[in-house]
Design a protein around this ligand. Structure first.
Ligand code: FAD
Length: 318
């Protein structure tokens, strides 16, 4: 996934970028920040807060218009209280001028909708309680509140050459799933499996394709992601090449990834998959854990490659 804030440990997924027209999947370079102003908020469901924000200057909004990927996301920038940031705010100058511990705190959020004519976008925030920064911020946001965002970045859009589509995720991935469903053309087969807290969190989802939609509820299966895995295991895969988008809680995603790669034999390039958040960790902790897991994976791959090379040399000299 292209990173809207380089060096911020943004999610990496094995997205393919297939079917992405136009800008060839590149995020806006570096650390450009856009200042948006909240125009409205809405409790769409008990745990979902929709924030609409925009800018008066269409030039500022240009990077969001016709962005090719349906998982387009921004880094929402939270200035730390008591820190004087360079004005007008730019991430690059904040980072250049301030020590790391005073840098703003960032959180990733999907751009669910864009209204180019109004230079405004919509972000759906899961309200997961009083912990954290972004959820509570959304709960307190009012028309006129500042919303600083860096990006967009992204890497997935439904591949028009796929035989069918698979979209799997929890509430945090629902905005990207909703945006992706809107891009699926008439006649295309799509299975969507979405886990939310309970039936009150369901939303209407628009899709021109042949949508087979399953809502799963943690009120019935409290562990995050277990129901997703069970449902995916039970799904009879249609014939032909699938293109899949699978995102949500990191522990659940690990199991879903294992299932899709090992038990369903998907190639990694058929998959956009990553943990969007991690139970028991804030986003900084999640990114640190992800980096540590990646380092272990890379060590294992290097060891396997070395063992294979040694075996090949032995066989050649035998
Ligand atoms: C590319 C990308 C796109 C994303 N898009 C969206 C989006 O559109 N909408 C959205 O709501 N989230 C989205 N997320 C997830 C979001 O970035 C995280 O949930 C983030 O941790 C929320 O920040 P916070 O400050 O509210 O909580 P943090 O300070 O990060 O965490 C505080 C506590 O809350 C817990 N927590 C965090 N998120 C959740 C959750 N969803 N449910 C339950 N507990 C949670 C943590 O485990 C921790 O214990 C996206 C993530 C990525 C990587």
């Amino acid at each position: 996934m292209a990173d809207p804030v380089a060096g911020n440990g943004a999610p990496r997924s094995s997205g393919n970028g297939a079917g992405a027209p136009g800008r060839g999947g590149r995020a806006r370079s570096g650390t450009v920040t856009t200042r948006l102003v909240v125009r409205g908020t809405e409790r769409v469901t008990p745990h979902l807060i929709r924030v609409t924000a925009g800018t008066e200057d269409p030039a500022d909004f240009a990077p969001f218009v016709d962005y090719p990927h349906t998982d387009a996301y921004v880094k929402v920038v939270f200035k730390q209280p008591g820190v004087a940031y360079p004005e007008p705010f730019e991430m690059a100058s904040a980072r250049a001028e301030l020590p790391r511990e005073r840098w703003p705190v960032l959180r990733s959020y999907t751009v669910r909708e864009v209204d180019a004519a109004a230079s405004e976008l919509v972000i759906d925030f899961v309200y997961h309680g009083d912990a954290g920064l972004a959820g509570p911020w959304a709960a307190g946001a009012r028309p006129g509140s500042e919303l600083l965002v860096a990006g967009p970045g992204g890497n997935y859009s439904p591949d028009p050459t796929a035989a069918w589509h698979l979209l799997v995720g929890d509430d945090s991935a629902l905005p990207a799933i909703a945006a992706s469903l809107r891009r699926i053309p008439a006649g295309a087969l799509v299975h969507a499996i979405i886990e939310v807290a309970d039936p009150s969190e369901r939303q209407e989802l628009a899709c021109a394709g042949d949508l087979r939609l399953s809502w799963l509820y943690r009120s019935e299966s409290p562990e995050h992601g277990i129901a997703l895995l069970d449902q995916l295991r039970a799904l009879r895969f249609p014939a032909g090449r699938v293109h899949a988008f699978v995102h949500g809680e990191a522990g659940a995603i690990k199991e879903l990834r294992r299932h899709l790669l090992n038990e369903r034999d998907l190639d990694i390039d058929q998959l956009s998959i990553s943990g969007y958040w991690r139970r028991g960790f804030d986003d900084e902790g999640h990114r640190a854990a992800k980096a540590a897991e990646r380092a272990v994976e890379e060590q294992q791959l290097a060891a396997a490659a070395k063992a294979a090379a040694n075996a090949a040399t032995k066989a050649a000299t035998a």
